[in-house]
Design a protein around this ligand. Structure first.
Ligand SMILES: *Cc1c(COP(=O)(O)O)cnc(C)c1O
Length: 229
C-alpha cells in the first residue's frame, strides 16, 4: 500500500479516537493540506478516499485544480489573500478559510456572482500576534455581520493558527478560546465549522471542539520547498 494511503488510514483512526475521547460521536472533517505537493500525491490521496484538499498558493492551486478535474473534490483555500486574487479564489474554490477583512469579503462576494454561495471562515488572530494574519477577536462579530449580508457568501465558522504553545498551566488554550468565541457569536444557517488543528496539535484542537482539522505533514511527509509565493 502507498505510504500516503497508509498515513490517511492512521490519521482517520486517530481522529476518531480523539473525537471519542472528547465524548463526540463524529470525527472532524479531515482536510489534506496539499500545498507544494505534486498532483500525483493528491491523486494518491484521492484513491485513498480523501476528498477535501487545502491549498495556499493561488497559481499553484489553480494549476492543480484544473489538472485534476474530479468534481467530487472539495477545494479549500487556506492561505493569505491578496485582494487582486479574489476572482481566482471565488471561481475555483468551494471554501475560503482565511477571510480576515471586509474588503476581501466584499470582493469575494462580487466575484462569486452566478455560482452557488462560497463557504467562508473568518481567520482569527487568536493570540494577537503582531505579524500574523487574521482579525482580532474583538472585531470578529462586525466582520461576521458584514459577511452575512453578502448574498454570494455563507459564513461557516472560524479558523485560526495559534502561536506555538507556551504551555501556561491554567490558561485556556488558544483552541479553547477560539471555541468560546465561536459559541458566543450569533447562530445562523451554515454556522458549523471550527477549522483548527494541524499535524502537531490536532488532538488538542479536537479536544476543544474542532470540526475540521488541516493536516499536511502527517499525510504527505515532510514539507517540500514552496514553488511560488
Ligand atoms: C500547511 C498548513 C497546514 C498543515 O500543516 P502541517 O503542519 O503540515 O500539518 C494547516 N493549515 C494551514 C493554514 C497551512 O498553511
Amino acid at each position: 500500500m502507498h505510504q500516503i494511503i497508509r498515513n490517511l488510514e492512521l490519521i482517520r483512526a486517530s481522529l476518531q479516537d480523539a473525537a471519542t475521547a472528547a465524548g463526540r460521536d463524529i470525527a472532524p472533517t479531515l482536510l489534506a493540506a496539499s500545498k507544494t505537493r505534486p498532483v500525483e500525491d493528491i491523486l494518491t490521496a484521492y484513491e485513498g478516499g480523501q476528498r477535501d484538499f487545502g491549498e495556499n498558493y493561488v497559481r499553484e492551486a489553480i494549476a492543480k485544480i484544473t489538472a485534476i478535474n474530479h468534481d467530487d473534490i472539495v477545494w479549500h483555500y487556506i492561505g493569505a489573500i491578496q485582494s487582486n486574487k479574489t476572482r481566482d479564489l471565488a471561481r475555483h474554490f468551494h471554501w475560503v478559510h482565511s477571510v480576515d477583512r471586509s474588503k476581501i469579503a466584499q470582493r469575494l462576494n462580487r466575484d462569486r456572482e452566478g455560482l452557488p454561495p462560497l463557504n467562508v471562515c473568518i481567520q482569527v488572530n487568536i493570540d494577537a500576534e503582531p505579524q500574523k494574519a487574521g482579525v482580532r477577536p474583538a472585531d470578529v462579530a462586525a466582520l461576521l455581520e458584514m459577511i452575512r449580508g453578502c448574498d454570494n457568501l455563507v459564513a461557516r465558522g472560524l479558523m485560526a493558527i495559534p502561536a506555538p504553545t507556551a504551555d501556561d498551566a491554567g490558561t485556556p488554550s488558544a483552541f479553547a478560546r477560539l471555541a468560546d468565541l465561536f459559541q458566543a457569536l450569533p447562530v445562523a444557517p451554515g454556522w458549523d465549522t471550527l477549522s483548527m488543528g494541524m499535524t502537531n496539535d490536532y488532538p488538542d484542537a479536537i479536544k476543544s471542539g474542532a470540526t475540521l482539522v488541516r493536516i499536511g505533514t502527517a499525510i504527505f511527509g515532510p514539507r517540500l520547498p514552496k514553488s511560488e509565493s
